[in-house]
Design a protein around this ligand. Structure first.
Ligand SMILES: O=C(O)CCC(=O)C(=O)O
Ligand SMILES: [Fe+2]
Length: 354
């Protein structure tokens, strides 16, 4: 008898392409969560006048001039302390490679859903790598307006290439190169952030497992067009548990960060990578650096794709203990560990920063 595969949840892409005018109840956010919730393309225009995520330039970190280097450290330190998130310019990865990463990710996600199902994850079996959608694992059954592809991309000897997309044909080569180069950026960021705490440059990276061990997990988020973006969220409010995350996107807005008691929509800043401080780095830094609460809006007109890379220590190492003083870690999520906003953004923010 032919075996049938039980679908874990509907693919949001299939829902969206069915042409529905209203979204199913499971995707409708509760009233308290609708603060500044709206079409991302409108929200980003409104954000023009408000506070915005700091832009830091890493170029000066390689300068021979001590004062330039110090200024770079000061800028990153200030952004990590005040916002927990920054746009990073001159990160060192060429725009050609970034374009290729975008092209292979989009190339895979543009395949028909049936082709992508061959790569489906199976969380009930502990197979977390692959193509998936959020499971309704909370009491309200609340779902997110996104599908994703999740896989480990570094270090090479821990990577399972059998779960990586075979299409487009250059996916593996491009992603391996990107992983290697992004690993270098992670080292540089950790060195700068260590110096910002008055520690030796190697300190944070060593605490996180050193150059050999640090893992990098890639989650390619696919947010289909949504007929009611004022009711849905692509990714619900959360902080990343991993110490550092890097975000690349397809130049469609959607990311919002919680700052000074309100949601701030991230602007599109060309040639930058967005870097988030996560819970483990907040803990390691004894609360100096802030784990940023963030979420993803959707919109009616454009598919948004983001590439989120979570840099984290191998299981059981680093991350949970402060470099002097400790606090409890976050809650493990279904695919990558995230600390989901349990009540309201304001309460969660206080809980995280208090
Ligand atoms: O799509 C984004 O910009 C953010 C995604 C995100 O926060 C995540 O995957 O953890
Ligand atoms: Fe996140």
């Amino acid at each position: 008898m032919a075996s049938t595969k039980v679908m874990q949840s509907p693919r949001v892409e299939s829902l969206a392409s069915s042409g529905l005018a209203t979204i199913p109840a499971d995707y409708v956010r509760p009233l308290w969560e609708r603060d500044h919730l709206g079409d991302a393309l409108e929200e980003v225009k409104k954000a023009e006048s408000g506070p915005h995520i700091p832009i830091v330039d890493l170029k000066a970190f390689d300068s021979d001039q001590a004062d330039e280097k110090t200024k770079c450290v000061d800028d990153v330190e200030a952004a990590a302390k005040e916002w927990g998130v920054m746009h990073v310019l001159n990160h060192g990865i060429s725009s050609e490679l970034i374009e290729r990463v975008r092209a292979v990710g989009k190339g895979f996600l543009d395949l028909p859903v049936e082709a992508k199902e061959r790569y489906a994850n199976d969380q009930s079996e502990g197979k977390i790598q692959g193509y998936g959608s959020k499971l309704a694992n909370n009491a309200s059954g609340q779902l997110e307006w996104e599908d994703y592809f999740f896989h480990l991309i570094f270090p090479a000897d821990k990577v399972d290439l059998s779960v990586w997309p075979k299409e487009p044909a250059d996916y593996t080569e491009v992603m391996q190169q990107f992983a290697k180069e992004l690993r270098g950026v992670a080292s540089k960021m950790l060195a700068i952030l260590s110096l910002g705490l008055g520690l030796e440059a190697e300190k944070l990276e060593n605490e996180l497992g050193g150059t050999e061990e640090l893992l990098m997990q890639m989650k390619i988020n696919y947010y289909p067009k949504c007929p009611q973006p004022d009711l849905a969220l692509g990714v619900e409010a959360h902080t990343d548990v991993s110490p550092l995350s890097f975000i690349l996107h397809n130049d469609v807005p959607g990311l919002q960060v919680f700052y000074d008691g309100r949601w701030v929509t991230a602007k599109l800043v060309p040639d930058t990578l967005i870097v988030h401080v996560g819970d483990s780095l907040e803990i390691l830094s004894n609360g100096s650096y802030k784990s940023v609460l963030h979420r993803g809006l959707v919109n009616k007109e454009k598919v948004r794709i983001s590439w989120a890379v979570f840099c984290e220590p191998p299981e059981g190492e680093g991350g949970a203990q402060a470099v002097g003083g400790a606090r409890d870690g976050g809650v493990a999520g279904e695919v990558h560990a995230s600390h989901v906003c349990p009540a309201s953004p304001a309460e969660t923010f206080q809980e995280i920063s208090g």
